[in-house]
Design a binder for this molecule. Structure first.
Ligand code: NDP
Ligand code: 2IT
Length: 448
């Protein structure tokens, strides 16, 4: 066995021992360690002070009870979390997820990833993630409000605009951020940029809603341009139909691509004519206002709905997983490759299982890992923080240009650290590109 393989095995053994049963966290650490350990071997300064191992232990984790009352007066209890992973290069920064699948392992993986992603944006943000196993689906606005107020009543003591700045993620959009911000302001008596993704009336930034999806499309455009191609005229499949999926679909269509699918946890729709224009507006209204199921799109436009299935069997040149973790298995990756998929841009966090990634890399697919491809969202969150500090707001055009440039810079970094001859290993590029700045800061601070 090669020396670095042995080191990786020993390293992962320690991670598994310290974090038993935390499969998602172990998976995320493995994905990073597999490319960082060989890099560290060539740059022993990081190894001497054990930077990578220190980065696998979050700075701190806060876990708390969230009790709330439903519309009938029944009291429920959920668990709330905030994983403050690393503030080496800036205040903790990362989303809040409300979904029944939320566990400590899921939030630790997301916070770990966030630290590298935020570093890649070039902005001064550390990494964190929080959330709850609360399921907003089927709850009234009033119930969601009560939950958010109770959640923030505990969380508020641990966050702050220079400490930790949460934002949205699965199940946390404009409605939830508004309730959370309102409660923070009320109990702290502070009006600061403590959350991002706020409404425009109270310190929010233009383009934040669109940023993650637009960014994933921009990154795809950059990967294709790097090999002399473009999105224009290509077919694409997208999973999910939430915030990231909607704005991925919008930008891919604007750039001349044809998006054939969208999904939710009940199945996917296949629209041969492409999801765009009025059809995309229908989807946004369905998901953001009516909070309905994706089948309604198929019923409205007379297209196919595949219950309980993911879209990866639909032949297309480009794939944008934008729903959740581990939604592309090795089998799915094989199908995508067989059907002629050329490039994958991960809008969701860690949507591809490790075996699937290995297959993509072996097949020399252009594979943009989430920490690079979906960094546009947190990048515009960083710009929201800047605007809040300056007490002014930039125009939509200015923000879109900044977002475009940040995504291009991330692509550059990936090419710089990931090129293997004419082909770019974006996974390696993103991991090394994100690691260096954080590792240098940690080294400078001494032992802590
Ligand atoms: P939303 O809540 O807006 O949408 C999530 C979508 O994914 C819904 O269509 C949902 O379907 C589907 N989904 C969620 N969980 C599952 C599951 N277990 N199985 C199948 N489908 C599922 O979330 P976002 O669009 O904000 O987030 C999507 C992904 O993008 C996540 O991985 C998130 O971490 C990542 N991301 C989000 C950013 C942001 O700015 N919002 C930034 C960077 C990454 P259903 O409604 O049926 O549950
Ligand atoms: O995964 C992510 O990058 C997000 N959910 C966005 C985080 C943020 O702070 O905007």
């Amino acid at each position: 066995m090669a020396k670095t393989d042995q080191e990786l095995q020993q390293f992962m053994e320690r991670v598994r021992q310290r974090n038993p049963g935390e499969e998602e966290f172990q998976q995320a650490v493995h994905e990073v360690a597999a490319t960082i350990i060989p890099y560290i071997d060539q740059h022993p300064g990081y190894k001497e002070v054990n930077v990578l191992e220190r980065l696998t232990e979050p700075d701190r984790i806060i876990i708390f009870r969230v009790a709330w009352e439903d519309d009938k007066g029944t009291v429920h209890v959920n668990r709330g979390y905030r994983v403050q992973h690393s503030n080496a290069i800036g205040p903790y920064k990362g989303g809040i997820r409300f979904h029944p699948s939320v566990t400590l392992s899921v939030l630790k993986f997301l916070a770990f990833e966030q630290t590298f992603k935020n570093s890649l944006t070039g902005l001064p943000m550390g990494g964190g993630k929080g959330g709850s196993d609360f399921d907003p689906k089927g709850k009234s606005d009033r119930e969601v409000m009560h939950f958010c107020q109770s959640f923030m009543t505990e969380l508020y003591r641990y966050i702050g605009h220079f400490t930790d700045v949460p934002a949205g993620d699965i199940g946390v959009g404009a409605r939830e951020i508004s309730y959370l911000f309102g409660q923070y302001k009320r109990i702290s008596n502070l009006f600061t940029g403590v959350l991002t993704g706020k409404g425009l009336a109270f310190g929010g930034s233009l383009i934040r809603t669109e940023a993650t999806g637009y960014g994933a499309a921009y990154f795809m455009q950059d990967m294709l341009r790097h090999v002399g191609e473009d999105i224009d005229g290509k077919t694409a499949i997208v999973s999910g139909s939430g915030n990231v999926a909607q704005y991925t679909i919008e930008k891919v269509s604007q750039l001349g691509g044809k998006v054939l699918t969208a999904s939710d946890s009940s199945g996917f729709v296949y629209d041969k004519d492409g999801i765009h224009g009025d059809r995309l507006e229908f989807l946004k209204e369905l998901k953001n206002v009516k909070r309905g199921r994706i089948k309604a799109y198929a019923d409205e436009f007379g297209v196919e709905f595949y219950a309980g299935k993911r879209p990866w069997g639909v032949p297309a040149e480009l794939a944008f997983p934008a729903a959740t973790q581990n939604e592309i298995t090795a089998e799915d990756a094989k199908t995508l490759i067989k059907n002629g998929c050329r490039a994958v841009s991960e809008g969701a966090n860690m949507p591809t299982e490790q075996d699937g990634i290995d297959l993509f890399l072996d097949a020399k697919i252009m594979f943009a890992p989430s920490k690079a491809a979906n960094a546009g969202g947190v990048a515009v969150s960083g710009l929201e923080m800047t605007q809040n500090s300056m007490r002014l707001s930039w125009s939509r055009d200015e923000l879109d240009q900044r977002l475009r440039k940040i995504m291009a810079d991330i692509h550059e970094k990936c090419v710089h650290y990931g090129s293997e001859g004419a082909w770019c290993n974006y996974l390696k590029g993103a991991n090394i590109g994100g690691f260096i700045k954080v590792a240098d800061a940690i080294k400078s601070y001494g032992v802590m």
